[in-house]
Ligand binder design. Structure first.
Ligand code: ZN
Ligand code: ZN
Length: 346
């Protein structure tokens, strides 16, 4: 069954898909100005403006309607008097207001297309595997770089350039390069901080291949580090393995997250692990399911998630280790295979 047929089979009202990532997922069509109306009988209408018309004509199985640049304004006329579901978390208030003013009866829906995206097919898994393989190549190349004396910002630019040279279509997100005390912030912005010996260096980076993302973090020692930092590394590595071991179809996001906290809690470091264990990933770098203390998501085979515990000690430094995995019935397939032994960079 096609993605559109699967979606239609679960609908009672027509669904107006306004999120461009969801439109791409369902139809393969890429545009920053489009919408898709999917009827319960699987009739599909694609709305877009002149700039995207040629590409839209190539989309099979949809009726194409050319709108003016203001797609919401056009939909206001086209949907007048109809009862239509809309994507509550994927539409701007201004768009909603415009369409509603035309007289459509708009019914809020949440996560309808996202619930299909959560289980990946082979084509999607292959794209994610390719992106993860490029991540491995990137960390391999990084392990041969000299980093002492370079700024975080310069190294982040090296990451960006190297991803492209290795064949990535682009970056999945702005790379995090955090050395020394900056490593104590999970989402540090690479700055002019010059990397010195004796610190931990965290690099969290991902690329895009065929629309699909990768996401991987490794932490390196720069020169000789203190016993305290080495212990932090070992503890995070242990938590990461415990998290990986808990991943399997049927486990809840809560369970898997909790497994990664045991060793850290025993070491009385729980307060320094302030984020969730991981997140789903696909066309977007953050999507369902989530692995964190408040998660009720239940993992299913072919979900793709990250497993990324970290410790962040103000005034000392930080460490995070992140793998990307495919959930299986028995456990998981790890897609990021670059070593997690602590490597020392010069
Ligand atoms: Zn990451
Ligand atoms: Zn991540």
């Amino acid at each position: 069954m096609s993605r559109l047929d699967l979606l239609a089979a679960g609908l009672t009202d027509p669904l107006l898909v306004t999120d461009e990532v969801n439109v791409r997922y369902l139809s393969g069509f890429q545009s920053s100005n489009c919408a898709l109306l999917v009827e319960p009988d699987a009739a599909v209408t694609l709305f877009t403006d002149f700039r995207y018309l040629e590409a839209a004509r190539a989309v099979e199985g949809v009726e194409l309607v050319q709108t003016r640049r203001d797609v919401a304004g056009a939909l206001a006329d086209l949907l007048a008097g109809r009862r239509v579901g809309f994507e509550a978390s994927r539409i701007s208030y201004a768009q909603w207001e415009t369409i509603a003013a035309g007289g459509a009866d708009l019914v809020a829906t949440r996560g309808v297309v996202e619930s299909l995206r959560i289980v990946k097919d082979e084509v999607e898994l292959d794209a994610i595997r390719s992106a993860a393989a490029i991540s491995d190549d990137l960390y391999e190349a990084l392990s041969n770089e000299r980093v002492v004396g370079r700024s975080e910002k310069e190294l982040a630019w090296w990451v960006e350039r190297t991803f492209r040279e290795l064949g990535a279509d682009g970056l999945a997100f702005d790379s995090i390069v955090a050395a020394g005390l900056n490593g104590a912030s999970p989402h540090a912005h690479p700055g002019d901080n010059v990397i010195a010996e004796g610190v931990l260096l965290t690099v969290d980076a991902g690329c895009v291949v065929g629309g699909y993302c990768s996401d991987c973090t490794r932490t390196f020692a720069v020169g000789e580090i203190s016993a305290e930092l080495a212990e932090v590394y070992d503890l995070v590595a242990r938590a990461q393995l415990d998290g990986l071991a808990a991943v399997r179809a049927g486990a809840t996001g809560y369970d898997v997250d909790a497994a990664s906290r045991t060793a850290i809690t025993e070491a009385q470091m729980a307060e320094h692990y302030g984020h969730g264990l991981g997140h789903g990933l696909g066309l977007e770098v953050h999507e369902a399911p989530v692995l964190r203390p408040e998660s009720t998501d239940v993992l299913a085979a072919r979900n793709v998630v990250t497993v990324e515990p970290g410790l962040y000690l103000p005034g000392v430094g930080g460490c995070r280790i992140e793998d990307l995995v495919v959930v299986t019935e028995a456990g998981c397939e790890i897609l990021t295979s670059f070593t997690k032994e602590m490597l020392t960079l010069a």
